[in-house]
Design a protein around this ligand. Sequence first.
Ligand code: NAP
Length: 480
Amino acid sequence: MSARADVGVVGLAVMGSNLARNLARHGHTVALYNRSPEKTRALVAEHGDEGEFVPSESLEDFVASLTTPRVVISMVQAGAGTDAVVDAVADLLEPGDMVVDGGNALFGDTIRRTQALAARKLHFVGAGVSGGEEGALNGPSIMVGGSEAAYETLGPIVESIAAQVDGTPCAAHLGTDGAGHFVKMVHNGIEYADMQLIGEAYDLLRHVVGLSPAEIADVFREWNTGELDSFLIEITAEVLAHVDGATGQPFADVVLDEAGMKGTGTWTVQTALSLGTPVSGIAEAVFARALSSHRETRDAVQAAFGVSSGSATPVPDDVPGFVEAVRRALYASKIVSYAQGFDMLSAGAAEHGWDLDMGTIARIWRGGCIIRARFLDRITDAYREHPGLVSLLTAPVFHEALDGAGDAWRDVVAAAVRAGVPVPGFSAALAAFDGARRDRLPAALVQGQRDLFGAHTYRRVDREGSFHVLWGEDRREVRA
Ligand code: NAP
């Protein structure tokens, strides 16, 4: 077989086949391979006229069809599937060739694979591809790790197929080895938090204000014209306006209220715990999905204490005022949750030696991905205008929104608590904001407790050094 494809895709399930079509539509000659040949054949049969494809039914032929240095994009199941494919492809490649993992790999696996392939003089690039199947086909956001040398070859390819916003591709090299997959993981965590906050806003409007799903769809449409303008707000309105064909009921009422998850939110929280970075908004979102799926617990508690629907509470006197308060609380909570996500990016960068550019990350999230929003422009601007910004919370552009939301945020959380409508995302965000603002935190008491039961020592406000009280003796303070 003559080598004529400039890029290859292994793994032609929904993501891989759409990415391959996107590449072909942008003028690339795309080599194709899938373990089960039916998918390769189906892709060529159904979409072969969209560009140049070179299908193969053996990995050897696939590799032989690629021009050198070879660029192989793997779009297979994360974990063991990716290991199997990367190993098999690597055995057939030559020094200087490149394997790109576009799946949702755990960034630690990407670091391990990068080292293993580097020992064989092969480039390995972990690239987070966001936007689901629609994004893969029409322009995803692509968060690229690996070496700068690898990006010199890969950059033009990924930038040609990425979403474009204001003429700029939503793809960039973010850092070495696992940086791309780390950023993608945090992106997914932020997506969980965004969705949870929107869900809480809906619950408040439905069960505290008493609006119908169709009325709430109108509220979200209105919100989508302002600072909350985003893909997720837009699709929320669409879902809420949808009526179930079988029953004529609002679609939102016929869907079982048990949220699924594939694991990237959980990875984000696990990683944040080991980095010691509070991402309470993301954690509450993951836990809220978990609670929703614990049907047995929910049934038992409802049987024991009665069912709470929230709607028994009086409707606020000033409905438009309360709706606006919910909007402000949602925006303020969203700012906190993004600030936490970006804090986690900084912590990951420090831990793994990546030089992550926060403004660039926000920029490539503006298109193609699920969290795309006008809001991300403000984050990019904040980092551009204030290099070294310690927390997004302090960026002038968000200062006003947080300051202005204060009373509304508290009123909304208080109303929710009184009505028994759970708002873990709103209240965790408010607690994180309040926590950061407090002059004295009860952490001082915790340090005292730790010193008493475990001689863990403490520092003082008025002197340098570490101290310990001889709690079991005469309670003298000694230097530790
Ligand atoms: P998937 O269901 O995650 O994986 C199926 C693909 O993996 C098939 O092509 C399958 O080949 C291949 N595969 C699995 N184990 C294999 C093995 N041991 N050897 C060779 N091939 C193997 O597919 P997907 O939903 O298209 O996702 C692909 C990747 O993109 C995943 O890492 C996923 O996490 C990530 N991703 C998905 C989305 C999404 O919205 N779906 C969004 C972003 C990222 P066979 O056909 O032979 O079984």
